[in-house]
Every structure is written in structure tokens, then in C-alpha cells.
Design a protein around this ligand. Sequence first.
Ligand SMILES: [Zn+2]
Ligand SMILES: [Zn+2]
Length: 168
Amino acid sequence: MRLSMARVKQSAGNAIDFNFDERINHIKVKRENVRFVEPVKVEGTLENLGNRIFEVRGLIRTAVEYPCFRCLKNTKVNFNLIFSIKFSDIPAISREDEVVAFSGEEIELRPYILEEILLNWPSQILCRPDCRGICPRCGADLNNVNCSCEDEDTDPRLAALKNFLKKD
Ligand SMILES: [Zn+2]
Ligand SMILES: [Zn+2]
């Protein structure tokens, strides 16, 4: 994912489009390797904004596989992310907030793209919105089976009510 700066460096307003489609095996999430199940596709524009600030903006599309928060089943998670990163090769500018330093004629985008994915990592991954999870007592996958643990826990008054309703 190397972006050549040569064609935009000369003057403000210069811009080029780019398109990457790269196979990446893993992304590290909380020290754990998470597998990409689709290539990482990045398309966008590199633009010279003037004052030696260069903006890379576009769209990241990919998918990973991650265990469901409730039942641990491997779940495909799709990413469709709009991103924008500003770079500068002048240290004084890149020390400012939100501007990333670079030097030379190229920017290797890959680490920044992986960072964007991490920043947008879902707080809770579910195999489906109503996943019922695993029974904490017997370990049964409650999406597939109904274990009887829940009934045993029921408040006796509720149990009486349940039995009453069952009679109908
Ligand atoms: Zn689940
Ligand atoms: Zn159970």
C-alpha cells in the first residue's frame, strides 16, 4: 500500500486517486491475532492541501472473523469505513494534532489502515442481534437447544404462575 508522493508534492491542489487490494492475514486486536477473511481494499484520493500538508482520504472495505461475544461462534464482521488522514513532511506541522509525520517520497499506508480498522472496532460483536448465548451453568448453546437450567432458577412464585399458564 505504498503511495507515491512525487506526483502531488509539487503544488497545492494536486491530487491522485489510488486503489489497493491487498491480502493481509491478521490484525492484532488486544494482543490477539484476528484473521481477515477478505482482502483489505482501500480506494481514495491523495491531495496536496498546501503548506506541505497532504491528505489521504477514502474508503476501507474488508472483513474479519471474530468470536461472538455471547456464544463464541466465529462471526464475520464487515468493515466499510470512511477515513481521512493528514500527513506532513515538516516536523513542526506534524507535531500538531491529527497530522502524521512522514519523510521521503512514499507513504506506506498499511499501518494507518490497520489503525483505522482498530479505531472502528465494534464494541460488541454478535453472531446475530438476538443471540441467546451459552448457558452459564451447563454450557449449552441456547441458540440451538433449550436447557432446563433456567427453569430451576425460577422464583417459586413465578414457577407456580408458569404451571398455571401451562394448564391452558
Ligand atoms: Zn452468538
Ligand atoms: Zn443450562
